[in-house]
Design a protein around this ligand. Structure first.
Ligand SMILES: [Zn+2]
Length: 443
């Protein structure tokens, strides 16, 4: 009887611990040009104000720091960190066909796990709390992101190259992946990722479209990245890429489109009319020379939500959203010979506030009721002094190293630039990258 009681009370205690919600109080931090306190309970921002006195499990001194929203990387292929610096200075198609795809064919789940861990580590260290991922070996990415504590919209890359068996396999895989998502944290959202119109058949694109509508899933794909993609689409379908996708009912407000460098006026109207979002990837576009005239002003005037992404590190080389912001802004100014476009505020918004429209997660702003995804930026470093204009410093002067602390979903993922398991991740990801390349050479 006594033993039963002990077991019962032990059970009660464990349940209390399980339902225990961590609280964090950030004191005296610069936010919206004022020195304020931020109180976080569970995974959300409960209170913002002066002299908050709520008891908290963790108190952070915000002196010499500013609180900014965790950034959203709108488009990446996380595990491509393994290919950083593996193949540079090439045109897109030979780069994909001769370098990237052969290496990707050798990747195992274990490889993708360590590649994604490395990507998450880099994102945490540079203040990104939410990203849109598209890659292979979905279970490995899911496990890595779950462990690292970031928020993500996770798609599994879909290709069929007009081969019916590949399309059938993908459909079965999607069903399995949907099941795998059950029981995982709601920080991770499942979405569909048909790679591009030149790698996915019309039949499979239609299936993805129907499946996403039936299951309320978001979709991300690459669109109009190069002029040759547009030319081939006109040759094959008699339509430009956006017109082709619109003609099969694919364009909806659940669809985000990476790149969109080569858009006509008609394309922009179609994207706006259907509520699609566009992700600009300046580093990748410039490095692969896929085009530099991203039609920022025309898209913005048409009401198309614009986000910034890094693309994978095989093309963009890093996942630092501070760098991506600066590149987006400077590239836009030089391409259109207009220093007023991509101003600091609109550039910062495209890396933060856009989060809600792009993903549905209530994040991207530091406001009561929003998810507690917050970066604390060190103001006492050369690139942040003087601080006439915080947003200007963040967009034009800083890089990701100014991030001191990252909170995602109410949990501290980095404090004083220290991330749990950092050394292990660096060691294993490095070893994995060399192993993959040696396997390719042996084949
Ligand atoms: Zn991409």
């Amino acid at each position: 009887m006594l033993l039963n009681r002990i077991v019962f009370f032990a059970y009660l205690a464990s349940q209390t611990l399980l339902s225990f919600e961590m609280s964090i109080l950030i004191k005296n931090i610069l936010l919206d040009q004022q020195i304020l306190d931020i109180y976080i309970e569970g995974n959300s921002i409960k209170k913002i104000g002066k002299n908050i006195t709520n008891a908290a499990d963790k108190i952070i001194d915000g002196k010499n720091k500013a609180a900014i929203p965790g950034m959203v990387n709108g488009h990446t292929h996380a595990a491509m960190t393994l290919m950083r610096g593996y193949a540079d200075d090439m045109h897109l198609m030979p780069w994909l066909e001769q370098k990237i795809w052969p290496l990707e064919s050798k990747l195992t789940e274990e490889d993708v796990y360590w590649g994604t861990k490395l990507a998450c580590l880099e994102m945490i260290k540079t203040g990104t709390s939410l990203f849109f991922d598209m890659y292979h070996h979905f279970p490995a990415s899911l496990k890595a992101i779950e462990e690292m504590g970031l928020r993500a919209v996770l798609t599994s890359a879909c290709f069929d190259f007009d081969q019916p068996q590949m399309a059938e396999d993908y459909k079965q895989t999607v069903i399995k992946q949907m099941k795998l998502m059950q029981g995982h944290s709601n920080r991770i959202q499942y979405a569909l990722g048909p790679h591009a119109i030149y790698t996915v058949s019309t039949d499979l694109i239609k299936w993805v479209n129907d499946f996403s509508k039936d299951n309320g899933l978001r979709i991300q794909t690459h669109l109009s990245e190069t002029q040759s993609e547009v030319d081939n689409s006109i040759q094959k379908y008699g339509k430009r890429p956006a017109e082709y996708l619109d003609s099969i009912g694919f364009l909806t407000s659940n669809v985000s489109l990476a790149h969109c460098i080569h858009l006509s006026d008609d394309d922009i109207k179609r994207l706006a009319d259907n509520g699609c979002q566009v992700i600009h990837n300046p580093a990748s576009n410039m490095k692969l020379a896929s085009g530099n005239k991203f039609r920022f002003s025309d898209l913005k005037n048409a009401g198309v939500p614009i986000c910034i992404g890094t693309d994978g590190t095989a093309s963009g080389n890093n996942l630092d959203m501070f760098e991506a912001m600066k590149l987006a802004s400077l590239n836009g100014k030089v391409a259109w010979e207009d220093p007023t476009i991509w101003n600091a505020n609109e550039t910062f918004e495209a890396a933060t506030e856009i989060a809600e429209t792009l993903t549905g997660f209530k994040t991207g702003k530091i406001k009561e009721g929003y998810l507690a995804d917050i970066s604390l930026v060190n103001l006492n470093v050369p690139e942040m002094v003087p601080n006439f204009n915080l947003i200007s410093n963040l967009v034009y002067s800083a890089n990701g190293n100014v991030v001191d602390t990252l909170i995602c979903d109410g949990k501290l993922l980095m404090e004083n630039r220290k991330v749990e398991e950092e050394e292990t991740i660096l060691f294993n990801a490095n070893k994995t990258a060399y192993n993959v390349v040696s396997r390719l050479k042996e084949a």
